[in-house]
Design a binder for this molecule. Structure first.
Ligand code: GLU
Length: 376
């Protein structure tokens, strides 16, 4: 468990994510100096005894360059074709360089399907574990060629948090073209300061990252904060740092004050809860009153009863994953609901003892049991 920078020296299993802008030039060609440094550094850490998983972007950019396109394609088939061309080139580059440093690599392409489905999630974990056992460095990217819309994770920041959850990593390091989280957008606020440590991702922290799409960096700070939220809420700490800093990973692991460290909220979640927080699809949401919001955050937690629910949105069935929000709309938790949205519309605000008279039957007293609830 990482509580501060000193604990980073104890890390055994890391996920490192590199963004397109870190490993390619603006004209989409590969930045061999960077890729070589990265492979050399990771190989060295692996030789020291660390288990390493690399999540890499860049397939679309590298494919666009090979296809002689003037700019990155805008259409989905165009992007997918470029990714199909680029992924092979990317792997070829990693394979050659890692082999130079005595490492075996494996290509792992994932989509959201692997995380939505519990069996596939468990199965992909088994593959990762076997690869790590055999001393292999898995190299992960989204399977852009087949992933579409709602089956797409969409950005490798969130992908790396998912992978960190699947393999139960100690730390997830995101290397990109920004130094970390600033108190405000440094491009528009020159007095913005780098935040070295975040213990809780409050609405203020989210606000300092800006809205989706306003990104000042690949994927934008917004997706990085989303990823940090997913990772830290299930017990995995995350670091966002600059990929241009020489030997950033090694220096971070030596405790040097580089980038922003997001400290995980609680002890490791069980594998099932991690799937809930990271993987499952959110089908709707429940708004709870202040009393309920407070109760679920207490140490030891609390289940959600119909009485605490003020509003229900979305259409979902019993067994689906829903997000739990406070009255200001902030997401507090995610959990598996025992009741459908239609049933909840009828029983919200009522005592559990009234459920039978309202619905004609009662399957559970609680809407979400505390064991099926992950606090974010
Ligand atoms: N999978 C995409 C690629 O390799 C990148 C996604 C991202 O940049 O987050 O080009």
């Amino acid at each position: 468990m990482i509580r501060n920078r000193k604990d980073l020296a104890k890390v055994k299993r890391i996920v490192v994510k590199v963004g397109t802008s870190t490993i390619t030039y603006p004209n989409c060609s590969r930045n061999f100096a960077r890729i070589d440094h990265l492979c050399r550094e990771l190989a060295d850490l692996h030789n020291k005894g660390l288990e390493v998983i690399l999540v890499t972007s860049g397939a679309v950019a590298v494919g666009s360059e090979r296809l002689g396109l003037k700019e990155k394609p805008k259409t989905i088939p165009g992007k997918q074709a470029a990714a199909a061309v680029g992924q092979g080139i990317l792997m070829n580059t990693y394979e050659k360089l890692f082999a130079e440093y005595g490492q075996i690599v494996a290509q792992v392409l994932l989509t959201r399907t692997e995380v939505l489905d519990r069996h596939r999630y468990t199965n992909s974990r088994n593959t990762f574990m076997e690869l790590l056992k055999q001393g292999v460095i898995p190299i992960v990217n989204e399977n852009d060629v087949v992933a579409l819309d709602d089956l797409k994770i969409g950005d490798n920041d969130n992908m790396s948090a998912l992978v960190a959850g699947i393999v139960d990593a100690d730390l997830d390091i995101l290397l990109s073209d920004i130094d970390g989280l600033y108190t405000a957008n440094p491009k528009t606020h020159p007095d913005a300061k780098l935040v070295y440590e975040v213990r809780e991702i409050t609405p203020e922290v989210e606000a300092s990252a800006g809205a989706a799409g306003s990104g000042f960096g690949t994927g934008g700070m917004f997706t990085k904060i989303q990823a940090a939220k997913a990772a830290t809420s299930s017990g995995i700490s995350m670091i966002i740092a600059s990929g241009t800093e020489p030997n950033a990973i090694t220096r971070i692991l030596q405790g040097e004050q580089l980038g922003t460290l997001f400290i995980s909220r609680e002890n490791r979640l069980q594998f099932r809860k991690r799937w809930l927080a990271f993987g499952s699809r959110i089908e709707g949401s429940l708004t709870v009153d202040a009393g309920c919001a407070k109760a679920i955050r207490r140490p030891g937690g609390s289940s959600i009863l119909p009485a605490g629910i003020k509003d229900v949105s979305g259409e979902f069935e019993a067994g689906h994953t829903v997000s739990v929000r406070d009255e200001d709309g902030n997401e507090l938790a995610r959990g598996l609901t025992h009741y459908s949205s239609l049933e909840l519309e009828k029983i919200k605000g009522h005592k559990s003892s009234d459920i039978v008279s309202i619905l004609g039957e009662k399957t559970y007293d609680e809407v979400i049991h505390r064991d099926d609830l992950v606090i974010l």
